[in-house]
Design a protein around this ligand. Structure first.
Ligand SMILES: Cc1cc2nc3c(=O)[nH]c(=O)nc-3n(C[C@H](O)[C@H](O)[C@H](O)COP(=O)(O)O)c2cc1C
Length: 191
């Protein structure tokens, strides 16, 4: 069975990001995939120390919840990352998470031994929510996510942007948005 790892980077429980991610995950599940959701704000994830341990060893010296996440992303066939816009880009929680893939970057580019090869055809998807409209903040955040997928050798498939949502859970008043996320999950899983 294929595995989807789903990463939510909002600290808000039942916030817009989490609700949209849940709908996407339901769409993926409907195609028979196994899924696992990680709410990174609630995990023990330290910041990259730029200690360069990974430049020699190809792995991260920090012994925290990222070690489990690395192993699951190695196993998975799909990775969906969801973020609220914070100050024009991804949330700080997500940026800390992304920087912890420096060991994957080192393994790929310096040690020539990537954890995942491009040939495996693993797929990545990004979901973003912002309060403001017409600012291109979600597009900006998507650029950051694309760098992550590239360095992981996950093929970036697409992203969904939802602009104009600020109040916690307000996305629930827009079932069309949740439906769109569900359908995107279905399509992602069946491609
Ligand atoms: C620290 C912080 C910074 C934010 N910065 C922006 C911003 O730059 N642009 C924007 O459109 N919305 C910004 N927002 C609003 C959130 O993106 C918006 O409320 C979103 O719906 C939150 O998603 P959530 O419910 O999943 O947490 C910010 C919110 C917070 C808490």
């Amino acid at each position: 069975m294929s595995l989807l790892m789903a990463v939510s980077s909002s600290p808000r429980r039942n916030g817009n990001t989490g609700l949209l991610l849940n709908s996407f995950v339901e769409g993926v599940k409907s195609q028979g995939w196994e899924t696992e959701i990680c709410r990174i704000h609630y995990l023990n994830i330290g910041m990259c120390q730029a200690c360069d341990f990974c430049a020699k060893e190809g792995e991260c010296i920090l012994d925290d919840d990222m070690q489990y996440i690395y192993s699951r992303i190695k196993e998975a066939q799909g990775l969906v990352v969801a973020s609220p816009v914070y100050f024009g880009t991804v949330s700080g929680q997500l940026k800390i998470f992304i920087d912890r893939f420096q060991c994957w970057w080192q393994a790929k580019y310096r040690l020539n031994s990537p954890f995942v090869s491009e040939e495996e055809g693993k797929k990545g998807f990004f979901i973003c929510v912002s309060a403001l409209t017409n600012k291109n903040y979600c597009a900006n955040a998507a650029e950051v996510a694309k760098v992550l997928f590239h360095n992981l050798n996950y093929r970036y498939i697409d992203s969904l942007s939802f602009e104009g949502f600020d109040i916690k859970g307000s996305i629930k008043e827009h079932p069309d948005a949740l439906e769109k996320a569900f359908e995107s999950g279905k399509k992602f899983a069946s491609k």
